[in-house]
Write a protein that binds this ligand. Structure first.
Ligand code: 3HC
Length: 299
């Protein structure tokens, strides 16, 4: 393994045509659609056939809407949809892919097993990236025999809309891998943010976390309702949505598991999920995805 080869960089960027996205949740679905729009052939893998059906429907709906709005032509959207495939056997798909982006559940045990299996299945040159913002790739790289080709590529929700992608290297990630990831972000028409070292939460979520923690404290202390705190964020700060609306968009379950994973890594009780978030999680109020979170949703 040669961490810093320029030849690797050119080869890798030029040869990425087929992309495997593992995980057909909200993030995996829209990341896959973004890759397809940029001309990549995309396979979305998930163990659950019903998750794949939902993912296909959602991708079709989102991409057709982009054609209706004129953001992309009907032909561009139709050919992007033709480039999107679905499978319950991600490991089989990994055998013929050029690049893997993992967007599965935020559980380190599951991700480590997945990375070990993907490493067995995927050709040697393939980069294995994770969309996680809380599990840095240094916690996954030693599950593989290719630590130089493992990194984080962190997209934001909703991934078809949000332009930022954080590219984060672990101490063993090669320059070639970082350059290939940055090249892909540019081809997606998105804006890369390059992190030179790992830190839990990376950059954007740390900024967001500071705001969210303060918002949760204000609500729990009875200073203002969550609705009014959201109004303040939107109308005083110009944020597109308030911190409680954003938690519902990202998913209460996702927020909860992210905090739990941060706590597991730091051991700092301050990193535990806030009790209000834990309560919503235990009540199964996951946010927009199931119609109930901080707010109620009718459609
Ligand atoms: N998926 C895809 N596209 C969406 C969408 C979604 N869930 N929601 C909205 N859009 C698109 C649509 O194209 C819509 O246009 P259309 O309905 O006319 O076709 C356009 O965005 C504008 O939507 P709306 O008019 O309904 O509402 P807004 O103007 O408020 O925009 C928003 C919605 C883009 C989600 C905006 O509110 C926003 O930017 N919110 C902040 C999002 C944010 O901060 N994301 C980061 C979360 S943190 C994260 O992801 C990290 C992870 O690790 C947890």
């Amino acid at each position: 393994m040669t961490p810093d080869s320029t030849i690797d960089t050119i080869d890798t960027i030029d040869t990425i045509d087929d992309v495997l996205v593992v995980g057909a949740g909200a993030m995996g679905t829209q990341i896959g659609a973004a890759y397809a729009l940029a001309g990549y052939r995309v396979t979305t893998g998930d163990l659950a056939p019903e998750a794949l059906d939902q993912s296909r429907d959602e991708a079709q709906r989102r991409l057709r809407r982009l054609a209706e709005k004129g953001t992309f032509s009907r032909d561009e959207v139709d050919s992007a949809l033709e480039r999107m495939m679905y499978t319950t056997d991600s490991l089989e798909a990994a055998r013929t892919t050029d690049f893997v982006l993992e967007a599965a559940v935020e559980r380190i045990d599951i991700k480590r097993q997945l990375f070990a299996d993907l490493d067995e299945a995927a050709p040697e040159h393939v980069i294995l990236a994770t969309n996680s913002s809380t599990i840095p790739s240094s916690l996954l790289m030693d599950a593989t025999a290719r630590p130089d080709r493992v990194c984080n590529m962190h997209f934001f929700n909703p991934a078809l809309v949000m332009n930022c992608v954080e590219v984060v290297r672990n101490p063993q990630t090669s320059d070639a891998t970082v350059e290939a990831a940055l090249g892909m972000v540019h081809r997606l028409g998105k804006q890369p943010v390059r992190l030179n070292k790992e830190i839990p939460g990376f950059v954007a979520n740390r900024l967001l976390g500071a705001l969210r923690n303060e918002a949760l404290r204000l609500e729990a202390d009875g200073v203002a309702s969550y609705q009014d705190i959201d109004v303040a964020a939107r109308t005083a700060l110009g944020h597109p949505m308030g911190p409680f609306e954003l938690m519902d968009l990202v998913g209460i379950d996702v927020s909860y598991l992210i905090r739990l994973s941060e706590y597991e890594q730091s051991g700092d009780p301050a990193d535990l999920p806030h009790p209000s978030v834990q309560k919503l999680y235990e009540q199964g109020r996951y946010g927009r995805k199931n119609g109930r979170g901080w707010y109620e949703y009718t459609s």
